[in-house]
Design a protein around this ligand. Structure first.
Ligand SMILES: C[S@@+](CC[C@H](N)C(=O)[O-])C[C@H]1O[C@@H](n2cnc3c(N)ncnc32)[C@H](O)[C@@H]1O
Length: 234
């Protein structure tokens, strides 16, 4: 599966049965913040995935169509793609910029810095490519959209899973500042329209109900602080 900042790869097997428990036939599963598609890839039936990052969506759309990405991403190609991403001038397609930025950035931080390889010969770029390959077939049939979550047209009575950027964490590449209050308001609006909402966050206002939590140990050098992954509903 694709390495992605804030990926829910490790917890999707815990949260999906909760979100899909009462899904009825034909009901859409919608992810307005799909990121690396590490959750929606494991859902079948009608699916809609969206994200505000145009390079990410172009990448998935092209991969699903069977288009071939550049197979070699050396530092020179990486710099060229990063310049185009930053300045908007160049001949690479959004697909190519997305592919290079996600496959070859250190710790999947979009155009943070080139991942390259380690002294002991680990090729991080090739590892990222090998990780995403088996995922592509799982994404076939998903409708992809690129937009802000508020612009997304959600099919009637959908299950909507929102994996928003956690409060107080690193911002995602080109995303504008995230307004949490605007997001909470939108959740109420969506609920009133008849959708079932689930949200991954560390904490949510009192109107949201906690439906699942699990402590996660994060390795940070010698310290091993624990935090809890949480799933809320409305
Ligand atoms: C935590 S990540 C999702 C990770 C994903 N669940 C996974 O497992 O790979 C959050 C995503 O929200 C997207 N995002 C941030 N602000 C957004 C907005 N206003 N509308 C839509 N997507 C947004 C970011 O580009 C990022 O891909």
């Amino acid at each position: 599966m694709m390495k992605y900042m804030g990926s829910k790869r490790r917890i999707c097997k815990d949260i999906l049965p909760i979100m899909l428990k009462n899904r009825h036939s034909g009901q859409y599963f919608v992810e307005p913040f799909c990121g690396g598609c590490n959750v929606i890839a494991h859902v079948d039936g009608n699916r809609l995935a969206a994200d505000i990052n145009p390079y990410l969506i172009a990448m998935f759309q092209s991969l699903v169509k069977g288009e071939r990405p550049p197979s070699i991403i050396n530092k020179q190609i990486y710099e060229k793609a990063r310049n185009q991403y930053r300045c908007g001038v160049g001949i690479l397609s959004d697909f190519e910029i997305g592919w290079i930025g996600f496959m070859a950035s250190f710790r999947a931080k979009f155009f943070g810095r080139y991942a390259g390889s380690s002294n002991d010969g680990r090729d991080y770029v090739q590892e990222a490519i090998d990780n995403i390959k088996p995922q592509i077939k799982l994404l076939k049939g998903i409708r992809f959209e690129c937009c802000d979550y508020r612009q997304l047209l959600i099919p009637r009575h959908s299950i909507v899973y929102c994996d928003i950027p956690y409060k107080g964490t690193t911002r995602f590449g080109n995303t504008p500042t995230f307004s949490y209050n605007a997001f909470y308001k939108w959740c109420f609006l969506m609920k009133n329209e008849g959708h079932t909402l689930f949200i991954s966050e560390y904490a949510m206002p009192n109107d949201f109900q906690l439906v699942w939590e699990k402590p996660i140990v994060k390795n940070l050098g010698n310290q091993k602080p624990t935090r809890a992954e949480r799933l809320y509903t409305l």
